[in-house]
Design a protein around this ligand. Structure first.
Ligand code: GDP
Ligand code: MG
Length: 173
């Protein structure tokens, strides 16, 4: 199958925030409740039709290294168009860890990538961090990143997230 655009996207973020789950939900439409969060997938692709062109999203997972704060090798960042920085809406520590990922991105990505923030697990309504938008904004140094609140479990905003990415890259390649 052919495509008109290829977009390399990487998910980064603390262990257990739901990176692998988001990819599995988007690509295969499944959710596995209990799993070993060190098990990652390399990458998966999905074609998105936007207007009359085919947009191939190549979505890379990352796993394990963040626990030990070992930097991802800069090669994985090569030719990256989009970084999805994921945190857990019920875990404040994962919000604080965003700073680490922003530094990683700054140090390793040559071109200016599109950065999208994802607060996952919005289905866990009782444990949500208060004023999360404010906290994220502070950590982002007031940079205006688009923030999606998602649930890989309940499918909330998952298609919307990837469609937004495809459309944004198509408009500003
Ligand atoms: P990763 O380490 O970032 O890849 O995280 P995983 O995708 O392995 O998910 C870690 C744990 O969180 C697993 O037990 C998932 O089932 C769970 N999880 C992931 N996404 C969600 C979600 O949207 N809602 C809820 N309630 N649990 C989730
Ligand atoms: Mg994982």
């Amino acid at each position: 199958m052919s495509f008109d655009f290829l977009c390399k996207t990487i998910l980064v973020g603390a262990s257990g925030v739901g990176k692998t789950s988001l990819i599995q939900r988007y690509i295969d439409d499944i959710f596995i409740p209990e799993k070993d969060s060190t098990i990652g997938i390399d990458y998966k692709t999905k074609d998105v039709e936007i207007e009359d062109s085919t947009f191939r999203l190549q979505i890379w997972d990352t796993a394990g290294q963040e626990k030990f704060h070992i930097s991802l090798s800069s090669s994985i960042y090569k030719n990256t168009n989009v970084l999805i920085v994921v945190f857990d809406l019920t875990n404040k520590e994962t919000v604080n860890s965003l700073e680490y990922y922003f530094t990683e991105i700054e140090n390793n990505c040559r071109k200016n990538p599109l950065i999208v923030l994802v607060g996952n697990k919005c289905d866990l309504i009782e444990n949500q961090i208060e004023n999360v938008e404010e906290k994220v904004k502070q950590i982002s140094n007031e940079k205006e990143f688009k923030l999606f609140k998602t649930s890989a479990k309940e499918r909330t905003n998952v298609n919307e997230l990837f469609y937004y990415i495809a459309k944004t890259i198509k408009e500003n390649p």
